[in-house]
Design a protein around this ligand. Structure first.
Ligand SMILES: *Cc1c(COP(=O)(O)O)cnc(C)c1O
Length: 234
């Protein structure tokens, strides 16, 4: 009971800060990875529906035991061989870490075969250029356009937007986070090339969501500031 009160207070606190930073609607995704289903249930009872998870097996288990109107966002690094299992989750709402045509095809095939609402796809962009980060290279616009076109052509998928994990150090700069600026610029290029508009920008986490919103984020992913610190992944 105390835990539920704490979680709701944390969530409401973040929601207030999001509202204060934003002049337009911004989705707050509660990142619940490595946290128990009971935590999610407590926030669900408070009306929260958008939750983010990083591990396919964990998400499959939680989705099966929690209410079916939860809008799950998969935000973890995505392996091709896990796309099928992921897309079979009927209330999977979004996959935010798509970075290849192969993964687009696998998600499409599985969703078409198993039914469910179309999956909102975000292309993950490596905006910092670090080799160890996953995502499409921000420098290779053509490759991003190729993957974006594959999503648009896939009947069971919707091109929702772009996602990045910006470098935290960047957010402390006075002139803004250049990772976030690069994602905004790329979204404009994708919109122009594909003739679409209103692509979402998923950027910003506990430590930098206000900066991300100031730079145009429409969806922030907040974990530790809502749920507390996480146990190490085993
Ligand atoms: C874990 C995670 C988050 C949440 O991070 P916090 O710092 O706990 O808010 C957001 N986005 C991604 C991709 C993550 O893996």
């Amino acid at each position: 009971m105390l835990r539920a009160v704490e979680l709701v207070a944390n969530y409401e606190g973040i929601l207030k800060r999001v509202a204060a930073a934003a002049s337009r609607p911004v989705t707050l995704v509660a990142v619940s990875k490595l946290k128990p289903a009971s935590d999610i249930a407590a926030l669900y009872a408070h009306g929260v529906r958008h939750f983010g998870e990083n591990y396919v097996n964990e998400l499959v288990t939680k989705a099966a035991e929690l209410p079916s109107d939860i809008k799950w966002h998969f935000i973890g690094s995505l392996q091709s061989n896990k796309c099928k299992e992921l897309a079979k989750i009927p209330n999977l709402y979004a996959v935010e870490t798509v970075d290849s045509v192969k993964k687009v095809r696998k998600l499409q095939e599985a969703r078409a075969a198993h039914g469910g609402l179309p999956i909102n796809v975000y292309l993950q962009i490596n905006t910092s250029g670090e080799d160890n980060k996953s995502g499409l290279s921000v420098a290779n616009v053509d490759e991003t356009l190729e993957v974006a076109r594959a999503v648009v052509a896939a009947e069971s998928l919707v091109l929702a937007g772009l996602m990045t994990i910006g470098l935290i150090e960047q957010s402390k700069r006075e002139d803004g986070n250049s990772d976030f600026a690069r994602l905004v610029k790329l979204a404009g290029e994708v919109e122009a090339a594909l003739g679409v508009s209103g692509l979402e920008l998923s950027m910003g986490m506990s430590s930098d969501f206000e900066e991300a919103i100031a730079q145009g984020s429409t969806s922030v992913r907040v974990g530790s500031d809502i749920f507390g610190s996480r146990p190490p992944k085993v």
